[in-house]
Design a protein around this ligand. Structure first.
Ligand SMILES: [Zn+2]
Length: 358
């Protein structure tokens, strides 16, 4: 399985300047190359090389390999869209291959416009282990005033064991995740910061000034990070629980999440914009790394079906949070009831059951 890992570079002030100049020079070169490609309506890497290499090598002062990387960047960008001229941000990320970037245990040797630099880096223990299977290119990224390298690693996964049972997980609007053991995965901390972000956001939106817009952008980034951290925490918890109890993990197929939430608008905002796709992919890759079976089940009617007797009716779901079976009277929290249904579907590998809409 291919994963992207991140290390933080610790450049000296001079080295940081050199990295900064390198990004600017490379992206300026990419813009020049893009201009040439656009003028000739010629977008393949080989053709662009013929048209632009010598000119840009002279004008930019970059090494051959750096120019080749810039050409590749332009050709890649045009692969996606040839209808408009591509331009690149001055400090946009650039890719390094093994000729211009060498990885050692605790430092890299990286090509810059001020010559090769040996720059130490820091990363987590797990990342350090994964870096041993690094392959291909790495991206140099400048973000929030700090320098990072993103590397691709290829991890061998243990074959998934055959689970004795499954943990069904319901992803929801009120609780981000509820499992079939009845455990809800929404931390108080997340809930607090979510409410705080919402308050600040509405104030800033009301202000509507230039500086308010800048703050909104910053806020969005911070909120994005908070969601990511929470998704990491939830997926980690689920996978360790599955490992300890020798169970697989099953989630609903993602497409169902939005369509099945028929909640009132006021409630919808709570986790309606949660990054469920990211959470699902975190659970999946962590499960695969741990050798835990992972499955997706059909999400239809999991919230309307009684996990006690199997009776399926829309009216079973009394409110967003409450489930009361019209047939047998079974009462449960709606999310937990859905999670139990999801677990059952994985257990019996149940075919899609039609449900009469009432
Ligand atoms: Zn029932």
């Amino acid at each position: 399985m291919k994963l992207t890992v991140q290390v933080k570079l610790l450049p000296t002030r001079e080295q940081a300047d050199a990295l900064n100049d390198t990004l600017r020079t490379s992206n300026a070169a990419a813009n020049e190359i893009s201009q040439i490609a656009w003028k000739h309506r010629s977008f393949g890497q080989y053709k662009v090389h013929g048209l632009a290499y010598h000119k840009v090598k002279c004008s930019s002062g970059l090494s051959s390999q750096m120019v080749i990387r810039a050409i590749a960047k332009v050709a890649d960008a045009y692969k996606l869209d040839k209808k408009r001229k591509r331009t690149f941000k001055a400090l946009g990320a650039i890719a390094y291959d093994d000729r211009i970037l060498r990885w050692k245990d605790e430092e890299v040797s990286i090509w810059t416009v001020a010559g090769r630099q040996r720059i130490p880096f820091v990363c987590g223990e797990r990342t350090a282990v994964m870096l041993k299977s690094r392959q291909g290119e790495s991206d140099l990224v400048f973000r929030g005033g700090k320098w990072f390298l993103l590397a691709t690693v290829n991890i061998e996964e243990p074959p998934p064991g055959t689970p004795e049972d499954w943990i069904g997980v319901d992803l929801g609007v009120v609780n981000i995740a509820t499992d079939s053991d009845g455990e809800t995965h929404t931390s108080e901390k997340t809930e607090k910061s979510r409410r705080r972000y919402e308050r600040i956001r509405s104030k800033l939106q009301a202000a509507g000034t230039k500086s308010a817009k800048r703050h909104l952008k910053k806020l969005a980034r911070r909120e994005r990070r908070m969601k990511r951290d929470t998704n990491h925490a939830i997926s980690k918890r689920l996978v360790s629980k599955a490992t300890e109890t020798n169970r697989g993990i099953c989630l609903e197929d993602l497409q169902g999440i939005r369509s099945r939430t028929t909640v009132r608008r006021a409630q919808r905002s709570r986790h309606g914009k949660w990054a469920f796709g990211e959470l699902r992919s975190f659970v999946e890759y962590k499960a695969r790394l741990a050798g835990i079976a992972f499955a997706l089940v059909d999400p239809r009617y999991t919230s309307q079906t009684c996990s006690g007797c199997g009776h399926c009716e829309k009216a079973n779901r009394r409110t967003q949070s409450e489930f009361v079976c019209k047939s047998c009277g079974y009462v449960a929290l709606a999310d937990e009831n859905a999670a139990v249904n999801i677990r059952r579907r994985a257990l019996v590998n149940e075919p899609i059951v039609a449900c009469v809409e009432t």
